[in-house]
Design a protein around this ligand. Structure first.
Ligand code: BEZ
Ligand code: FE
Length: 285
């Protein structure tokens, strides 16, 4: 068949007649249709097409075992939150999920209840506590909570500091009443990495790269869906314009400021500290 602009999409789709993976065929059919519609919609110039190819090439070249520029592109274009929403339609009452992000580390150190996860990171001391329950309201004992966050001043994760030690990261477990508690520093807002093609894209779109301050948690417990979420700091100036669209109202929490004195772990702090409580609810699997 000879090329005809108006028939090209159907011609490309027809070439998949021997594809024997139905799901892959569904995905590719939709992708090809949307891609062709997009090119027609904006009447893409050859210069723009080549710029896109160069951007995709640079995005791949920026990736290594520590940096995933494609995930960052997906995050900043809202794709990651859309995939998250479609795949985690938890029942009413369950804690909402949000974006995973690139700074999780598998196999972080285990800590006892009320241990200090900050490992000397900069920032105001912060005590976080609460419960983990099922949607039936029953406490979940021995749930595993992975915690990770930035420091409280520069907004950097430990993995962003070359040759640094771990900080603000660890695994804790709930006690027999489903309670957890740990000490950390109050996180601060921070920019997503902008020293790559995603940074160039954000600047060109007239967007800022900031994420509002948050603590990441990933909670696993037998018989329950794994929950990957954040607890956001109420009052943060970027809650309404998170660069990765991850904020949900139910995840925004007051971090109460306290003068030096008695702390929730039964000890004392010789400087001002904050406290935050959040009760997580896991959906049944
Ligand atoms: C984060 O919260 O750690 C994060 C999420 C998406 C992109 C960059 C960072
Ligand atoms: Fe984060």
């Amino acid at each position: 068949m000879k090329f005809e602009e108006g028939k090209l999409t159907d011609a490309v789709l027809a070439r998949m007649q021997d594809c024997d993976d139905p799901r892959f065929k569904t995905i590719m059919t939709s992708l090809i249709r949307h891609l062709h519609d997009f090119v027609r919609d904006v009447e893409l110039t050859e210069g723009e097409w080549f710029e896109a190819i160069q951007w995709l090439t640079a995005t791949g070249q920026k990736c290594d075992d520590k940096r995933q520029e494609y995930i960052l592109a997906s995050d900043t274009l809202g794709v990651s939150m859309l995939v998250d929403a479609i795949n985690h339609r938890f029942p009413a009452g369950a804690t909402e999920s949000t974006v995973f992000g690139p700074f999780f580390v598998e196999g972080a150190a285990d800590f006892e209840k009320w241990a200090d996860l900050s490992n000397g990171a900069k920032g105001m001391p912060c005590f976080m506590s609460g419960t983990v329950r099922g949607t039936d309201g029953k406490p979940i004992a021995n749930a595993l909570i992975d915690v990770w966050q930035s420091d409280g001043e520069e907004g950097l994760y430990d993995v962003q500091v070359p040759d640094g030690e771990f900080y603000c990261r660890g695994r804790i477990r709930t006690d027999a009443e489903g309670r957890y508690g740990f000490r950390t520093v109050q996180p601060t807002s921070y920019p997503v990495p902008v020293d790559g093609p995603v940074g160039v894209m954000l600047t060109k779109m007239g967007r800022h790269p900031m994420r509002p301050a948050h603590v990441h948690t990933m909670i696993t417990a037998p018989g329950h869906e794994r929950l990957t979420t954040h607890v956001f700091v109420k009052g943060d100036p970027y809650l309404e314009s998170d660069a990765v669209f991850g904020v949900k109202e139910s995840l925004v929490v007051e971090f109460t400021q306290n003068p030096a004195g008695a702390t929730p772990d039964g000890g004392r702090c010789d400087r001002p500290f904050s406290t935050a409580t959040y009760d997580f609810v896991l959906a049944k699997s």
